[in-house]
Design a protein around this ligand. Structure first.
Ligand SMILES: Cc1cc2nc3c(=O)[nH]c(=O)nc-3n(C[C@H](O)[C@H](O)[C@H](O)COP(=O)(O)OP(=O)(O)OC[C@H]3O[C@@H](n4cnc5c(N)ncnc54)[C@H](O)[C@@H]3O)c2cc1C
Length: 637
């Protein structure tokens, strides 16, 4: 008994000690214990900051702009040996219910408020699209499907395959899961095999012809694990992550032969400007990882791009490069909505068919099943094309959509039953461009993808629809949906009638599959390009024409890797981090050697969070704070 009493006393003292630590550190959110190096931009101080007092200037070995899919693993890796400042314009993703739970996938995309983790943009083609605005980037708002690039992609990219094969598992061990197959996905997998998309390759991350089950960043409870979680294995003494820090431009020293990046100017959440300075040490660098929209945009705002365009906006030219913003591609997506009699479980992508025709077939189901979701304002960017098809075609004006939103809460649940069969064109030959509309970094630039301007892309869309047609009428699929056998024409018609994009519709939409492809094109959000290797950056991702600047993210891709790119973008962050360390320190400095220590530190931090959560729970029971505690507890599990 005395022993139990002593143990209890010890435990309570530990809790009190932890609590005193809590108050003294002033941490408000539990994730702050796990990621003590994440701070708001307004707390950043440098001697040139408009809000800080004078003091010695702090400089960094690496300044990474954009804490997204590539930026987080890159910062984590470089922090093993060097001081790293990671600047992200969005907030933290932890304990944000729209980010954390799969069921809120579409709610996050439909949230067009300035604080949303997703920023909507509409390409000049008339297609709604989204870009991430949150620490963790695209991995916080995406559909979670995880796969690797093909071996031929890796060799074409000129990557060292050994390091690639070490970098993928580094990601996979930390945040990737094997999915519990939803019924819609099982039926879809069986139908793919029935219609000849074979062999069945089982569960694999590899990109191989046939049908497979891939990985996912959602765990079995539907909780999302993002690139931001990779920061937990960073060296906390060398990493500074600043959120709500929007970088407005890169600063160059232009006194030498070649301009040299020396720092960045960013604004904080209150609109105050700060200046972050790069260390003068040899090989220190600024690395831009702002994604396929953000990276070319930031280069242009900083004076790297086509001279004539920059001059029009009074931007001083640092380096004239006509290729910045060129070669923008987006893989066109066309979907067929299949209604079902019974409600179907929600699922995002789990099974895929990789055809030899250069078309990938994927599926999702059960959007908008919950009452909350039905009431949510999905706006124009709704992924739920099925629901909009319940509005008579002639009334699908902007006003009608507003009225639809209002009346949506009265729609019968039946209208929300069903799912999508999706076809994506691999490696589109149609390309477009990006240009600035103004010098405000918060505004989207103008982006054009020219979907289906190349006849080969159109031909593959038609080929893909033929496969989709076979799937929806296959025995396995109709057995599952238990619907009256709809003709493909009925289903195509539903898609045309839905307000999926701003492209004018044609009367021959269901007679001509080419026209149907053009008129119902949407995005699978795998847009890439704008800073191509060989045109804007070297094979080592160094920006042409200047010193000490690289771009590492999806903007450097000519083609999107695998069926879905996030795995390879994260891999690239890790891969380039290790490569840079090796170039700087020699191979003996292998970053992976510190993994054991990292894991121990993570375990300690995790234990620390759980104990303090428990203590807070005891002290506040289920007060309003208690509710938020529960949410965070659910998140950390
Ligand atoms: C809705 C959606 C669904 C998707 N589904 C999948 C899927 O299921 N599977 C898959 O593999 N891929 C999917 N993708 C694609 C994948 O998520 C992206 O290709 C990938 O995340 C891009 O990574 P990135 O590092 O290039 O850019 P991002 O991850 O977008 O990172 C860029 C970061 O830079 C920040 N930033 C931009 N400008 C600035 C600035 N000026 N200052 C500071 N910070 C800045 C942004 O806020 C962002 O966090 C999806 C994408 C979306 C949007």
């Amino acid at each position: 008994m005395a022993l139990v009493g002593a143990a209890l006393k010890l435990f309570l003292s530990l809790l009190l000690w932890l609590n005193s630590l809590t108050s003294s550190q002033g941490k408000e959110n539990l994730w702050e214990y796990r990621y003590p190096f994440i701070r708001r931009a307004s707390s950043f101080s440098s001697s040139s900051s408009s809000t800080s007092s004078n003091g010695p200037e702090k400089s960094y070995d690496y300044i990474i702009v954009g804490g997204g899919t590539a930026g987080c693993p890159l910062a984590t890796t470089l922090s093993q040996n060097y001081s790293v400042l990671l600047l992200e314009r969005g907030g933290a993703p932890f304990a944000n219910v729209n980010v954390s739970f799969m069921q809120n996938f579409h709610i996050s995309l439909a949230d067009t408020s300035p604080k949303s983790a997703s920023q909507t943009f509409i390409s000049t083609d008339g297609v709604f699209n989204s870009r991430a605005r949150v620490l963790g980037g695209g991995t916080c708002i995406n559909a979670g499907f995880y796969t690797r690039a093909s071996t031929s992609y890796v060799s074409k990219a000129g990557w060292d395959s050994k390091l690639v094969n070490e970098s993928y598992p580094w990601i996979e061990k930390q945040i990737v899961h094997r999915p519990d197959l939803a019924p819609w996905q099982s039926a879809f997998r069986d139908s793919l095999l029935e219609v000849g998309v074979s062999p069945f390759n089982g569960f694999t991350y590899d990109h191989i012809y046939g049908t497979k089950i891939g990985g996912t960043i959602f765990d079995r409870f539907g909780r999302r694990h993002t690139a931001a979680e990779l920061l937990a294995s960073a060296n906390p003494e060398k990493l500074n992550v600043i959120i709500h820090a929007t970088v407005q431009k890169i600063v160059f020293d232009t006194t030498g032969k070649k301009p040299k990046a020396v720092g960045v100017i960013f604004k904080d959440e209150n609109g105050n400007q700060h200046h972050a300075i790069l260390s003068k040490r040899w090989r220190s660098e600024i690395i831009v990882s702002c994604g396929a929209i953000g990276s070319p945009q930031l280069l242009l705002l900083s004076g790297i791009g086509p001279k004539a365009d920059l001059k029009k906006l009074n931007i001083s030219v640092v380096f004239d490069n006509k290729f910045v913003g060129k070669g923008m591609s987006d893989n066109p997506l066309n979907t067929v909505f299949v209604p079902t009699k019974k409600p179907v479980k929600q699922s995002l992508i789990q099974a895929v068919g990789i055809t030899k025709k250069g078309v990938y077939i994927e599926a999702s189901s059960g959007f908008g099943q919950s009452l909350d979701s039905i009431r949510c304002n999905h706006g124009l960017v709704s992924a739920e094309i099925g629901q909009l098809s319940t509005i008579p075609p002639k009334r699908r004006t902007q006003e009608a959509i507003i009225a639809y939103r209002r009346s949506k809460r009265h729609l019968p649940h039946e209208a929300f039953r069903g799912g999508f069969i999706i076809e994506k064109i691999a490696y589109p030959l149609s390309t477009g461009q990006l240009s600035l509309l103004n010098t405000n970094v918060d505004d989207n630039p103008s982006v054009t993808f020219n979907y289906f301007s190349h006849p080969y892309d159109l031909q593959r869309c038609v080929d893909g629809i033929r496969v989709v047609e076979k799937i929806v009428s296959s025995r396995h699929f109709t057995n599952y949906t238990q619907c009256d056998k709809k003709t493909l024409e009925n289903l195509l018609n539903m898609s045309v009638q839905a307000n999926v994009n701003l492209i004018p519709k044609h009367t021959n939409d269901t007679q001509s599959l080419e026209q149907w492809c053009r008129d119902t094109v949407v995005t699978i959000w795998h847009y890439h390009g704008g800073c191509h290797v060989g045109k804007v950056v070297s094979p080592n991702y160094k920006v042409h024409g200047v010193h000490r600047l690289r771009v590492i993210d999806g903007s450097t891709f000519r083609e999107s890797p695998g069926t879905n790119p996030q795995g390879t973008v994260m891999m690239m962050g890790r891969y380039m981090g290790v490569k840079i360390l090796r170039q700087r320190l020699g191979k003996s400095s292998d970053a992976t050697s510190r993994n054991w220590l990292d894991i121990k530190r993570m375990e300690y931090q995790h234990f620390h969070s759980l104990v303090s959560m428990y203590y807070k729970y005891l002290s506040c029971k289920l007060s309003p704070f208690g509710v938020s505690f529960m949410l965070e507890y659910l998140y950390y599990g």
